[in-house]
Design a protein around this ligand. Sequence first.
Ligand code: ZN
Length: 299
Amino acid sequence: MKLPRGFEIEGQIIREAEIKKPDADTILRVVEKAQAGKIYSGMMDLIIGGTESLGSFEPDISIVKKIPLVSAEVLCTEIFKQYAISTKVENLYVCPFGHRTLHELTKEEDTRDDLSKLKIKYDSGDSLSPYQIDLDSTNEIVVTSDGSDHEAVRIRSLIFRDPTLEDFISIQNDSTQKNPLRALKKVYLNCLIDLDGDVDDEQVHGSEDMIETLKNRYSYELLAFPDIRDLNKVSYLLRTYGYQNEIEVVCGDCGKVFEDRVEWTGFFAYALRSVSKPTEKKVLSGRKQTTNSKGSHKP
Ligand SMILES: [Zn+2]
């Protein structure tokens, strides 16, 4: 299968994966990880157990962790399909007025979202061009030196690479990152590879790797967008490829029509429940929703 977004290993861009049906041990291991809220390491195990090759490489940890999340989602869905499972997913949506609408399967109806109905966007470029956000002149990010008004950094545009499985595994393993927005910002900071603007800081100018020095010195301040919409833009931009997961939701309470995103992590937990069904009671007893609530970051 073709990956929506390629990734680079040893100078080669990998865009193809050959998949296979993962064995029972793999599925059990993935179920255990998902139960413990470790969705992203579960995805990595599933890809290692469900892939023959990635380009010309064997799917070992050092390679699989570099897969962009948007490609890992499509890859895991295809691997699950080897078990002929449904691609439908239950999701909870909240309207602008705070009402909750659940898309679910009940005795009466099935309002689940179907991943196979979502479009997948593929990157057809020759190279892996990074993602760039240009800020409006009134919304530039200004970072001041500690305790002074001195303007140390003024940012006009930011350049990001793809968030990978490794980025998400690192926030999932970081117990200090309980706040989902903060966790996402950590991913964005990891993925920040360059910026354009003015830097007035001698320590930074003297360094070999300017962006790394800036990140070490100013950390999240580099992402202190004056306008929240620019932060949202980052979120959308880093989801350029892969599932186009924006859908229209009608609020079951007030009828308001609004846009939201289908959470793929919901499908992961759901798919695992259906492939591990014979042992479901034993394996998942009393902890049914664990994976849904713990692993959902909106990249
Ligand atoms: Zn509503």
